[in-house]
Design a protein around this ligand. Structure first.
Ligand SMILES: [Zn+2]
Length: 442
């Protein structure tokens, strides 16, 4: 797929240009520079090709020339904060082409409203146009971008730095981080609607070995949501189950994980499915259903297994390795979506898929998958590295219990070898042993 090209312009040169009169440590030029670097990274992570107009914070390039640098780009974005004489004025405004070329207002207004919501401005975000005395664009950067033939160009005012709350908000690095994330998401959603189909050699096959570790999967999830709403296991244990159940059926467990993060909002839930249902990808949750009107599973592992099986139904025509626990398995046209890109029915040549209509569904899952794969795992502290070796009778015991099927998640237990066992866990293991002793079927 051709990459969408975006040119980012940090409003003004220097680190101390346009000081806020109400929050003295705030400078528009410093904010715009920091924000455009963050946005560059976030956009690149979402598959955009990104250009910037100035090499350093102090480099001076004429406004018109900066707009012209966007030649060949799909979008030019100039980042600013506004100023006026009235302290109480507090709203983002996005300037777009005066003649609304390429329906620029759709993106401009959506962008402005999103920023207003993120910043919590007093007045809602709005879009605007501004002409000069000869009827052309008033702003030099926009005039330059228009002259270069850039189809979409916007000048974004992140509210007014003459307002105390807005200037204080923009001073926080963490807020700029969240803002860049939200702006990148908005642009990704906007451009996906017009994205060309992905050619076969670039598609992501669902039936394959996972390419991430459980640790990466869990760390990334916690980065996006520090308090996942899981009712009966940890996010680390759940990640392990995705890899195990995926491997058992030949499905990429990391793809299923990315799908679950997308479906549950990083396990915040809040949609049709409730956290206690152990349904991590909305199986049986149809548009228009009320809260809880979706499949429920007795425990996390069964929910994960059902999701893996449901993915296998779409991705392959092979039989299941384990007994079917997916209540909707038989409803799927087997093998109709071997690629993640085809999971949304609107993106699938057969017009079927996991999500209906699901335009861009697969791309959303892949965006998350790419970030999980890029998740760095911190080096364990020194004492962790040479942690105690456990005696053979203990490690061999775990191996035997795993082989016998008494222990389902050896990785989870291995990681907790030195931990205390609860009474419940002990009875669970002993109960399984007893059941096996009483009926040694296999
Ligand atoms: Zn400015």
């Amino acid at each position: 797929m051709r990459k969408i090209k975006i040119c980012l312009d940090a409003g003004h040169s220097g680190s101390k240009y346009n000081q806020s009169p109400v929050v003295k440590s705030y400078y528009e030029s410093a904010m715009a520079w920091a924000l455009h670097l963050k946005l560059e990274k976030k956009l690149e992570a979402r598959g955009f090709e990104v250009f910037t107009t100035r090499p350093t914070i102090d480099a001076e390039v004429d406004v018109y020339a900066r707009g012209k640098l966007a030649k060949g780009c799909d979008l030019f974005l100039s980042l600013h904060s506004n100023a006026c004489g009235t302290e109480s004025v507090d709203y983002p405004v996005v300037y777009r082409a005066y003649d609304n070329q390429n329906s620029a207002n759709e993106l401009a207004l959506g962008f402005a409203r999103m920023i207003g919501q993120r910043m919590g401005t007093k007045q809602a975000g709005r879009s605007a146009t501004r002409k000069n005395s000869t009827g052309g664009e008033y702003y030099g950067v926009m005039r330059g971008a228009r002259a270069a033939g850039v189809p979409l160009y916007l000048l974004v005012e992140h509210s007014f730095h003459t307002n105390t709350a807005a200037a204080k908000w923009l001073l926080e690095d963490r807020n700029l981080e969240l803002l860049a994330e939200a702006e990148a998401d908005t642009l990704a959603a906007y451009f996906k609607q017009t994205a060309a189909p992905v050619p076969e050699e670039e598609r992501t096959t669902i039936m394959d070995a996972a390419q991430t570790t459980a640790q990466q999967m869990a760390l990334y999830c916690r980065r996006r949501n520090a308090a996942p709403k899981l009712t009966s296991c940890s996010v680390e244990e759940l990640a392990g189950m995705f890899l195990e159940e995926g491997a058992a059926e030949g499905v990429r467990g990391d793809i299923a994980w990315a799908q679950s993060l997308h479906e549950t909002g990083f396990f915040k839930f809040g949609g049709i499915v409730q956290p206690g249902q152990n349904n991590f990808a909305g199986i049986g949750a149809l548009n228009g259903n009320g809260k809880g009107q979706a499949a429920s599973f007795p425990d996390p592992r069964t929910g994960v297994r059902a999701q893996i099986q449901h993915l296998k139904a779409y991705a392959s025509t092979e039989p299941l390795a384990k007994a079917c626990v997916d209540p909707r398995f038989s409803l799927v046209a087997r093998g109709s979506a071997p690629y993640v890109e085809w999971l949304g029915a609107a993106d699938n040549p057969g017009r079927t898929g996991w999500a209906v209509p699901g335009k861009g569904y697969g791309a959303c899952v892949l965006d998350i998958l790419a970030e999980v794969m890029a998740q760095e795992v911190p080096e364990p502290p020194a004492e962790e590295k040479d942690k105690p070796k456990y005696p053979a009778y203990q490690t061999e015991g775990l191996e035997r219990l795993t082989e016998a099927g008494i222990i389902d998640s050896p990785e989870v237990w291995k990681a907790r070898f030195g931990d205390t066992v609860t009474v419940g866990q002990m009875f669970g293991i002993l109960g399984k042993l007893l059941a096996r002793a009483e009926s040694p079927a296999d």
